[in-house]
Design a protein around this ligand. Sequence first.
Ligand SMILES: Cc1cc2nc3c(=O)[nH]c(=O)nc-3n(C[C@H](O)[C@H](O)[C@H](O)COP(=O)(O)OP(=O)(O)OC[C@H]3O[C@@H](n4cnc5c(N)ncnc54)[C@H](O)[C@@H]3O)c2cc1C
Length: 463
Amino acid sequence: MSAVLPASQMRADAEVDVAIIGAGACGLVAALRAVEAGADVLVLERDGKPTGSTSMSSGFIPAPATRFQRAIGVEEDSPERFAADIQAKAKDRADPGLVASVSETIGPALEWLADRHGLAWIVLDDFLYPGHSRHRMHAVPEKTGAALLQRLATAADAAGVMVATGAHVTGLFADEGHVRGVRISRADGTEEHLSCKALVLACNGYGGNADVVAQHIPELDGAQYYGHAGNQGDAVLWGQALGADIRDLSGYQGHGSLAHPHQILISWALMMEGAIQINTDGRRFSNEHGGYSEQAVNVLGQPARVAWNVYDRRIHEFAQSFPDYRDAMEAGAIRKASSASELAKLIGVDEPVLSETLRTIAALQRGDAADEFGRDFTTKPALKAPLFAVKVTGALFHTQGGLMVDGDARVVAADGKPFANLFAGGGAARGVSGPDVSGYLSGNGLLTAIALGYIAGRGASRA
Ligand SMILES: Cc1cc2nc3c(=O)[nH]c(=O)nc-3n(C[C@H](O)[C@H](O)[C@H](O)COP(=O)(O)OP(=O)(O)OC[C@H]3O[C@@H](n4cnc5c(N)ncnc54)[C@H](O)[C@@H]3O)c2cc1C
């Protein structure tokens, strides 16, 4: 049971300048920054091998005005434009200071990771995610979160960052709001106490804690959580005990396109390229270009809580650039049919209804009518046989509420004053998506993991 304990109960078995809880993107970036500033750093990771939600992710990181963008001809981007996109998606309900801070920091952070730590970045320029006005999604060349985490871990190792694995932090020692150290519980039942001068909470959110999810996100009570199971909300629980300012607990990233029952992410890029979602009656039910996060709730609202993504060969071929999609093909999740009637039989939907749906979107594509859900079909070619389909469901990917932090990524108390030596980033901190599912702009997760990790690492090394 995680707890905040009186500092008087701590017997320091060891001491470091900066302790960091969690070896995902946030924790490793914070560690690289703190080590570079000369601090003695220890990252504490509950798992035997660090993976986190970072390695489950697609690894796409939005960043404006980088030299990687300029190299492919994307000139007109800026932190201000990016901040405006974030706030437009969040309907202006994200904290403006936090939005400005992460929008300004993420570009320099990615360039620093390249220059100082050898990470290579490509910019995805073949499609735009909903709400992004520029091509600014960066990824490592493998285009996976697993490769991103591996590259960060390799960089951390080379920089001399120590990572203790199998080190489950089950308590913080604090007095009068000053953190003195942490309690580490080992699998064999033993405990160690580590004293630290500063602590960074990089242990993500509460997606893995069904009770906390049910309390704050009732619409997803009982829905599948497809993030890292070890993210049990410890940062929020410790923050509550310490009197921290905690915001947006009802905010989260959902996803409306998780192959079912295979549990493989089918990229939303397919929708942006022209795919549609239909329910088991064969009908569309939403504007697929609204955003994949809110689409989780739309899909879960359909019969049997599933939908079918339907598209054609052009999109099927484009999708094969995504490793997850290739995994889905290998797992047998992708169905193919030579005509609409064959597809209807194959996926068990009513043939006249599916044919009518396809006739309607063909008319929308020609611009003959306006979509009842508001999607513009005219920008992409019409779907043509053969047709492909994959059954998907909606899921919770990660939570967006968390600890309010200041411009130095220091956790802020309910009275507005920052804690002197407690920092947070990534899923542990309040995100920039506002208080509900629709506010999540694609990439907001790794954005705050890397940008706040970058800020917190420097701040913690000075604390
Ligand atoms: C399928 C999927 C796809 C995604 N795709 C993208 C994407 O393309 N772009 C994007 O921006 N975001 C994406 N996200 C979200 C993104 O993965 C997260 O926002 C991001 O990885 C959070 O990073 P983090 O470092 O805060 O947490 P994590 O990477 O989850 O790391 C937290 C670590 O803390 C450890 N930990 C937790 N509690 C303790 C404890 N008490 N003691 C010790 N260790 C502890 C955990 O084991 C874990 O290793 C995706 C998420 C999912 C699930």
